[in-house]
Design a protein around this ligand. Sequence first.
Ligand code: ADP
Length: 482
Amino acid sequence: MTSPRDAGLKLLREHALIAGNPVTGASRIAVDDPATGDVIGHVPDLGAAETERAITAAADAFPDWSRSDPHARAQILRDWAALVDENTDGLAALMALENGKPFAEAKGEVAYANGFLKWFAGEAERLLGETQDSPLGHLILTFRQAVGPCALITPWNFPAAMLTRKLGPAFAAGCTAVVKPASQTPFTAIALAELADRAGLPKGVLNVVTGDAATIGGVLTASPLIRKLSFTGSTPVGRKLAEQCAPTLKRVSMELGGAAPLIVFTDADLEHAAEETVKGKFRNAGQTCVCPNRVYVEALVAAEYARVLAEKVAALTVGGAFEDGVKVGPLIEDKALDKVEAHLAALKKDGAKVLTGGGRHERGGRFFQPTVTLGGDDALFREEETFGPLVPVFPFESEDEVVAKANDSPFGLASYLFTRDLDRAMRIGRRIEAGMCGVNTGLISTPVAPFGGVKQSGYGREGSVHGIDEYVDVKAVTLALK
Ligand code: ADP
């Protein structure tokens, strides 16, 4: 029997993809396994010329694809999804190898990622328009039409799901795409593209370029042929890309950083709240933009909640993706550990107590101990996301105080609330400045829920009935009827 690891390596391709053709280059980028630092393969280091070729391929494929029968596009999405299901172990292993997340968790991501292909296959069949009588005596018909060739730039933390969350609606709408995956995790994107090709996606509809992000991003954003950019990544890069898109007035969707507050009231089920905090925080070793970044607990129960949480966190097994029972993998790169360390040092300096963990893991490399602290100053955690396995718990006194703190942040992506008081949940759910609020749950991501932020967490919504809106323009055709 092939091991999952071997199934993953079988899907590993060391080339980019332009107009359906594999593209290699003289210069290459090494991709490593974060658990060991060993190189697992290389991708070509492509530049401006290849990016222009990919844009041309997407533009050439656009007229036929955008005018194709949406039911045929839905069928291709479904066939692609079936191949993804069939290759779950291989894709999950590839992701585990390049990203470091535990294999079981990577399988969960494949299912989540595939949910977007399945959901948006249905959306292709529901590209509804409207009719309206005009006060001028005309009949107005609206059509929702594909925006055009899209540039999709994705991060390393969810190498499959961040891509299908964009490609699902793009293809459903009839858009073509040039994808630039993160250099740390390009193989999942290339493997997904190969499966799309096998599912019958016409050549040129999906192109994948690998290489220097700033060069490729510069060409994609400057091109008048690219009509839309969808980006998931950090706020500074998002800001820069939005600026670069301004001269050509591209449509832009930005899914950027967060600094999610998680609030626990005295009336909450503390055991459940702690359990859900662990689920929300330790997915991908704390490296998600919706991970709780700062936990506020009503003072009366703060010590008790923190104790229960620390107990659960101490029980998490740290290790490599393919080891038994592993719940927390390594961080993506060395500088990620520096940031967690700096955040922990700041907490300690402000008088926080370390309840469990407290530094780099004894395994060395990129492993960090799952850590819980109590007390200290929350200011840094409103401004910066830790993106690692550290949960700082801060006691609070009143509802107004905690809502003010939750909102006193440049970010507004996810938020979480634990209470049995429905009035309070609705009150705060509405007052909180965030695109998403989980009440009594730490898991809010599904293909059917709108995902996105407010303030400097970006704009636009992915998934749900709203996701396709990012990839369509509304066209009005006015009929003068006699
Ligand atoms: P992270 O901190 O998660 O790595 P980044 O914003 O740096 O977030 O990266 C997200 C994606 O954006 C990756 O695909 C990365 O290669 C890409 N990227 C980084 N810098 C630029 C840039 N200047 N132009 C275009 N893409 C970029």
